[in-house]
Design a protein around this ligand. Structure first.
Ligand code: ASP
Length: 332
């Protein structure tokens, strides 16, 4: 039986052309993109496509557009075997992480891909990325949100963009890759199993969040103003989850948590994790009651916080869920 795949175009370099006046890359329409890859047509595949209203450079991404894309998936979920989302690479890891939370009990592949060079350009990486992403979506082996890029299939909420110059734009620093495309596509045993329950779509992501990246000498006034700016705050701390032992910093964290802020600590390092109690410099977080986000990526931590704050849970429930492995985003 033919596999039905829906291609959802959102913009990004993959579909861009040069604006002749400004000499910058801008998104263009999707028809040109499909014409550039006749190989996408296959007897085993029924490939249809849809575009969001106004394709964007993904640096213009916003949770409202997440909802627009999620609604396309929701409306078409029963009629397709899998979905490929064409998305700019800049914020692909954020959108893909957000979708892993917004789409609960997913039983089909949602594969994000894009390219570093526009599809019309001679040395473009778009063709291979798109053709293989479609093949993976149609394989029936993948039941989760993933990013496919330059021969690797990554778990969405473990992926970060690490390179603007190489074709290998992404990495999954703390989780094995899900599949590797060579002469054949080799799927690994870490793939998610099928679920028995029906899809639940969550569309309410809170924007009452902030990220505080520590650096040596950061002023307490700056930390205070960022903590004051939102309900939920991700702190990117040093090394294995450490920070200055300055008493005023610890007191400020305690005070903000008592005022009702939800604060989670993750590491600035790409590989490894924030841990409790390895160094004395982890004490400010321990003493104040900051949640330890372990090996979550920044992209995953912030979108998980947006998702949980949008669910209307109590603060204690949010804190418990943040530390729970919901979609494979954290190693417990
Ligand atoms: N600025 C582009 C975007 O994220 C970059 C890309 O697609 O690679 O839309």
């Amino acid at each position: 039986m033919k596999q039905k795949i829906l291609l959802v175009y959102t913009g990004g370099t993959i579909g861009m052309v040069k604006d002749k006046i400004k000499n910058t890359l801008v998104p263009f329409n999707f028809d040109g993109l499909l014409k550039a890859i006749p190989e996408l047509k296959s007897d085993e595949l029924d490939l249809e496509n849809v575009s969001i209203k106004s394709p964007i450079d993904s640096s213009n991404m916003h949770p409202n557009i997440w909802v627009e894309i999620v609604e396309i998936i929701e409306t078409n979920y029963a009629n397709y075997d899998g979905f490929v989302i064409l998305h700019g690479t800049d914020t692909m890891a954020y959108t893909a992480s957000a979708f892993s939370f917004m789409l609960e009990n997913l039983n089909k592949a949602i594969i994000f891909t894009g390219s570093q060079i526009p599809i019309g350009a001679r040395r473009s990486d778009a063709k291979e990325n798109l053709i293989t992403a479609v093949e993976i979506a149609a394989s029936g082996k993948v039941n989760e949100v993933c990013i496919y890029f330059e021969d690797q299939l990554y778990k969405a909420n473990r992926t970060v963009k690490v390179n603007t110059e190489h074709f290998e734009a992404f990495e999954s620093p703390n989780y094995p890759i899900l599949a590797e495309a060579g002469v054949t596509i080799k799927y690994k045993s870490v793939l998610q199993k099928k679920q028995n329950q029906g899809l639940i779509v969550h569309k309410n992501c809170s924007d009452d969040v902030a990220i505080l990246k520590l650096f040596p000498g950061i002023k307490l006034a700056i930390i205070r103003s960022i903590l004051n700016s939102a309900k939920g705050i991700i702190i990117e701390s040093f090394g294995a989850g450490n920070a200055s032992t300055n008493t005023e910093f610890t007191l400020l964290l305690s005070q903000k948590i008592q005022e009702g802020k939800i604060i989670m600590n993750i590491s600035q390092c790409l590989h490894g994790k924030a841990v409790r109690g390895q160094y004395e410099t982890n004490e400010p977080f321990e003493k104040a009651g900051v949640i330890c986000g372990k090996d979550m990526t920044t992209e995953s931590a912030i979108t998980k916080l947006m998702f949980l704050l949008g669910l209307g849970l109590t603060d204690d429930e949010i804190k418990a869920q943040l530390q729970t492995n919901l979609r494979g985003e954290i190693t417990n």
